[in-house]
Design a protein around this ligand. Sequence first.
Ligand SMILES: [Zn+2]
Length: 413
Amino acid sequence: MRAMRSKLLAFAAVAALSSATLFSQSQTIRIHAATILDGTGKVLRNSTIVIEGSKIARIESGNAGTATYDLAQLTVVPGLIDVHSHVGWHFDKAGRYAARRGDPSEEILYSAENAYVTLMAGFTTIQSPGQANDVQLRDAIARGALPGPRILTSIRQINENSGTPDELREKVRQLKKDGADVVKIFASASIRDGGKQTMTDAQLQAVCGEANAQGMRTMVHAHSPESIKASVNAGCLQIEHGVFANDEVLKLMADKGVYFDPNVGVVLQNYLRNRDRYEGIGNYNAEGFAYMEKGLGLNKEMMKKAVATPKLLIVNGTDAVAGAHGHNADEIVERVREGMKPMDAIVSATSLSAKSMRLDKTIGTLAPGFEADIVALDGDPITDITAVTRVKFVMKGGKVYKNERNVTTNTSR
Ligand SMILES: [Zn+2]
């Protein structure tokens, strides 16, 4: 009798296990919300997103009763995107900026930590302007066990010292072979060095021309108007920073459909907040910090002009460095403070940024067929943009990574 009972129990356990396996394979998740911003500018009320596997199968109206997750009190948006995040940058054990790469195993763990806090802040996709071990991090996260955003990376950068036009074209082809998702180019000096054009027009034409021929995207660090103009005219596809961008080059970018990624809400604020952790390393000196302090005001003026430029494609990048990971959404808040409409800021950080990475059929929009990258915010970002900094629920590719929907709010960061 006892033997039979244990056999029965064993059978029941096996049956339970196999049905659990079956359930997870064909699992349907239903997320109900009172308000959904779909990422393209549309608002859906009282709707349920039905998720099968990693994708959104359909969106139904109503159906709160059958929801796996009822996010009724929150605002649901697509997973946020940061097109410019230095995921590997970190402070070392002494709390100082780790400018030189140290022990590789320690380095990759810092990157993994940054990836994790970025995902918890609601960013389900980031683009890194590149370091070599981004490749391992990107691939590890893509395997599905390590929590982090989808990562696109340039692996390396190209600057004025990277070679002759022929050598530069070869470098672009090598980046493609090495699996780079984008080519990162420095067309101007750092803001800490005044931001003047550094690469020649011929060099820019070689890099962006070859990248276009190879079907690769380009993102160009450019501060001064002439470096922006030279990059756009060389066929480059996206301009980063642009602190000195004037009306002429803003209009030029708009006319040519070149994406513009001003970084006005995170990077300089972070440097100034963490000044003692950076100062004394490279161009992080008194003069550099003076430039950055001035840059805060220049960025505000520039952002106002950018928002006022018709048809300018403004994407969402932070230039997050050591100390800034997890604060990525502050960028969105600052842009709205400088005049961007809240809905435009949400669209910028979702479907438009996805488009800039040629992922607009996959992510950045809540609609059938898209990856289930779903974030819920405490508050309505259309009336209070700071809601983007209060992320209570994060799903990436149909998997829930954060679920604090029942936690009492009022969190101050
Ligand atoms: Zn950067």
